[in-house]
Design a protein around this ligand. Sequence first.
Ligand code: AHR
Length: 497
Amino acid sequence: MSQVITIHSDVSKGKINRNIYGHFSEHLGRCIYEGIWVGEDSPIPNTEGIRNDVLDALKQLNIPVLRWPGGCFADEYHWKDGVGPRENRKQMVNTHWGGVVENNHFGTHEFLRLCELLGCEPYISGNVGSGTVQEMSEWVEYMTFDGVSPMAAWRQENGREKPWNVKYFGVGNENWGCGGNMRPEYYADLYRRYQTYVRNYGENKIYKIACGPNVDDYRWMETVMREAHPYMDAISLHYYTIPGEFWTGKGPATGFSEQEWFTTMKKALHMDELITRHSAIMDQYDPNKRIGLIVDEWGTWFDVEPGTNPGFLYQQNTIRDALVAGLTLNIFHEHNDRVVMANIAQIVNVLQSVILTEGEKMILTPTYHVFDMYKVHQDAERLATHHSGADYEMNGEKIPQVSVTASRDEAGKIHVSLCNVSHAEQSDVKIQLRGLSGAVKQIVGRQLAADSLDAHNTFESPEVLKPAAFTAFEQEGDVLRAKLAPMSVTVLEITAE
Ligand code: AHR
């Protein structure tokens, strides 16, 4: 099936905020414990308790920002239990996620150290659901105040002389659900109150993020924006791609049908409508787009792997997840005037992870490879594209077969990312490169593709899926003809003279 794409390399559509490539880590299942934190005494090689293999793999992705400690966990987290000598830290029950014991060994110092090691910005989720204003206020003071105060003194006693820079702070998580089952009117008032005490100390300027809606709860967005917009820098949105139904069966991560493949792609594309409609509501109160939309939870959500703890949300990750990642990142790029950050859920061992671990073993998922291939778009100038072509159809429904995004990086290189979502059809793509600064000098490409719907990496065969050089294209002047394999994500790099 053929597609015609024009890349207008002389028409910039603004910067793609690199924070769109953010991640999310929660005290949930084996995300923090085992996935990231193994402790200093572990036989698994580690840096101050953080496992080296995971750290090294994550460094490769140029992660811009990492959200923590939740999720639903955040509104039951009391940060003071997670600082000071580890042997004295309180144990608690993780009620949301499997009822397991949380020993608080990974707390504020450990998380902020992880961010330092990754070279990324921390994004802290504060507790509104079950925490006090004082507790939230003191957390910010503890982390960021460089003066004489009880919290600064306590931080120093706990081994950190100078404060950290903490920019991103979320005032509650899913307060319409696990974060307190609030009405938007009530949350908006609480938001106004709590955020008052999220102070800026010295040079540290906090970027305040309000809890936004679930999926298509436009009333939540309307109410919180109306009542609280002057007090926020951004508002969140949560949307997960679930092929089935949340409560009655989401569908398996592997061993699914062609129809489930199609439905997954269709549901991933729904992100576009959600952002468009939520942005339109935001426009009423914020026409100049001062306030960012942060999709701080997104990704696939399937039934857990058979035999694993249902509260741990552990799922395999296939070429289908790779396509969902590519499609969603393309959508975020298209909305770069409003979407300033996104955080895929979740970084290791939970939902759509980039890394899976099993004891001392670690594998990179197809989603990891998409983030690796796509990192060239971070902070690049998005280029205008025009696109027409055949649809992908199944049982009377259709969606576009190919999704495309393009950007130019600081060095002037153009990157074009293409997702062919068809499970069966190759796509013949004609790309017209217009407005180039000079003749095309070089084109190189990488592609992630598979020959079965649920192709994935395992601990026994960790490299079933990994990107390969892509050479199925011909170039003549400023026209490029490429053959995209079915179920593939391709990134082309174009250098002009
Ligand atoms: O990512 C898993 C959970 O999904 C998060 O804890 C919560 O915020 C959302 O409902």
